[in-house]
Ligand binder design. Structure first.
Ligand code: 6CS
Length: 341
């Protein structure tokens, strides 16, 4: 006859085995795709997100950088279909899906000062309370939006006024409002997916493009469009999302782990970006020397670009109606708050 003690031990062993089995059943591998390389800003964010999830849960994150699963539009489709659990897609490509997300392309709306910008992204009611509902309508749980850096234009010839952009073919992300911005500045905007940009510059199909400087440096854009002009018109925003059915199906504990990881990665990435713009410009200067020209436009030179921007803001409201107007108004309130006004 088995003793009481041996019954107890068998019971405990059984319970441990069941817990282990339950644990391994709930430990999942989640797929996360983004639009850049592992060492670019989105990649640094994604690696921190992965590190946090894996340190605080049994789950694993499998990262898919640019090129491994297709273009930006492809990874968004895969996330909406639930093939991917997480995706980073910039509003520059989300214009058709969520027209209001184009607000990030109203020129001269976002501040240039890093601390003010970070304060805005952290506390914005538009970003944290209004945009999640718009993403949810598309089957997406918006986890975080963050800035990637000051956008500059790269061209073949110097640009000191909108007249210098006259009929210059500038590649933009596939976003109707970006098209309007470059039209307002006399250029011929050409929307293209990212994978086609280097080749199109090399063959002369386009003459320029715009992007944050870390990206101009890491993708060698300056080799094929060597004049870099910074007119202070925008900071590149990106957004990290989860498939909404997947997120809603998680336990409350796992939802919290995901949200905490997104917050921790935000803190990490805004710290990482301090000085990145200048460092990237220096790397370009070191690599290309006199083959590149870098022009930071003066306040006076920026004026005609700023004046044309009011037309773009009106076009944003025309494109997006009442809902876009509400987002824009709220963003302006949030920005005033961040600027301490
Ligand atoms: O211009 C683009 O398409 C790309 N730019 C950046 C900074 N990240 C990803 C995006 O595909």
């Amino acid at each position: 006859m088995r003793s009481y003690k041996s019954h107890l031990l068998a019971g405990v062993a059984g319970a441990v085995a069941m817990a282990a089995a339950a644990g391994s059943a709930s430990a999942e591998t989640w797929k996360y795709a983004f639009e850049e390389a592992m060492t670019d800003v989105q990649g640094v964010y994604a690696q921190k997100f992965k590190e946090e999830i894996e340190a605080n849960s049994d789950h694993e994150i499998q990262l898919f950088p640019f090129g491994t699963l297709g273009e930006s539009a492809d990874i968004m489709e895969q996330a909406q279909a639930g093939i991917l659990e997480f995706v980073d897609q910039s509003p520059g490509f989300t214009g058709a899906l969520i027209p209001e997300a184009q607000v990030f392309f109203v020129p001269y709306l976002l501040p240039q000062d890093h601390e003010t910008l970070v304060d805005f992204f952290r506390n914005s009611v538009a970003i944290n309370d209004m945009f999640p509902d718009l993403y949810a309508e598309q089957g997406l749980e918006l986890l975080k939006m963050f800035p990637e850096g000051d956008v500059c234009i790269t061209t073949q010839e110097p640009v000191h006024s909108p007249d210098d952009l006259n009929e210059v073919k500038i590649r933009v992300m596939t976003n109707p409002l970006l098209v309007e911005s470059y039209r307002a500045w006399n250029a011929t905007p050409t929307p293209l997916p990212w994978g086609e940009v280097y080749g199109a510059l090399q063959t002369g199909i386009i003459q320029g493009q715009e992007n944050p400087v870390f990206w101009i440096e890491s993708t060698n854009m300056y080799e094929v469009s060597p004049v870099i002009t910074c007119l202070g018109h925008n900071n590149f925003t990106t957004a990290v999302m989860a498939n909404k059915d997947f997120f809603d199906g998680l336990s409350e504990e796992d939802q919290q782990v995901v949200q905490n990881a997104a917050d921790a990665a935000f803190d990490h990435i805004v710290e990482y970006q301090k000085g990145l713009h200048e460092e990237s410009l220096d790397k370009i200067r070191q690599d290309a020397g006199d083959d590149v020209q870098i022009n930071i436009l003066s306040e006076e030179e920026r004026q005609p670009f700023i004046e044309a921007a009011s037309q773009v803001e009106e076009e944003f409201v025309e494109m997006t109606g009442e809902s876009g107007q509400e987002i824009l108004n709220q963003m302006k309130e949030d920005l005033a708050q961040a600027q301490g006004n």
